[in-house]
Design a protein around this ligand. Structure first.
Ligand code: GRF
Length: 195
């Protein structure tokens, strides 16, 4: 199965997938990495690995979110993409994309959903004083950080943890988990689930 990764920033999860691919741990073809940010490090990581890197025009240059997403769907369809992997993609997908790839879009989130949705999940978990947090891979539906959970891994919060000390352990858990889930999906081992 062909797949694509969508990323807006650093791309460390993309890198984990690229590394797994190089080591033969991904049974599918990564056809492209797409970004809405021309300066995303993720694009450089893709190019360095010999993967096609596609960058959109500035989102503000499109007449609407739907126009942006229609172009994205065209790009994905041209490559016959069967799985869309969000890895730090900071745009909310409109129904145009969700409907084009039903149960074929997955995301990774740095908390144990449904706890701590949103863009500051690690900070919010720390502020709430939880003893255990973690990471979640889930299907993407039309609500943010909402679709059915596919897999979760716990990360313990240690006494005195700060964002600087907890975040690396969250990332480490993500980098182990995401390539595994991507591979399972590509091998047809993950079925769509109702939430
Ligand atoms: C990750 O923490 C992921 O859980 C969240 O965005 C971050 C992306 O990091 N959705 P990176 O760009 O993969 O380094």
């Amino acid at each position: 199965m062909n797949f694509a990764v969508l990323a807006s920033g650093n791309g460390s999860n993309l890198q984990a997938i690229l590394d797994a691919r190089k080591q033969g741990r991904i049974n599918g073809e990564l056809r492209l990495v797409f970004s809405d940010k021309a300066d995303a490090l993720a694009l450089e990581r893709a190019r360095a690995a010999g993967v096609k890197a596609v960058v959109s025009r500035r989102p503000a240059d499109y007449p609407s979110r739907e126009a942006f997403d229609t172009e994205l769907v065209d790009i994905l369809n041209k490559e016959k993409i069967g799985l869309v992997v969000l890895a730090g993609y900071m745009r909310i997908l409109s129904p145009v994309v969700i409907k084009a790839f039903p149960d074929r879009i997955i995301n990774i989130h740095p908390a144990l959903l449904p706890a701590f949705k949103g863009a500051h999940a690690v900070k919010d978990a720390l502020a709430a004083g939880v003893k255990v947090t973690g990471v979640t891979v889930h299907f993407v539906d039309e609500e943010v950080d909402h679709g059915a959970v596919i897999e979760q891994v716990e990360v313990k919060v240690k006494r005195g943890d700060t964002l600087e000390t907890l975040l690396p352990r969250i990332h480490e858990a993500e980098h182990k988990l995401y390539p595994k889930v991507v591979d399972l999906f590509l091998r047809g081992k993950i079925r769509a689930q109702q939430r």
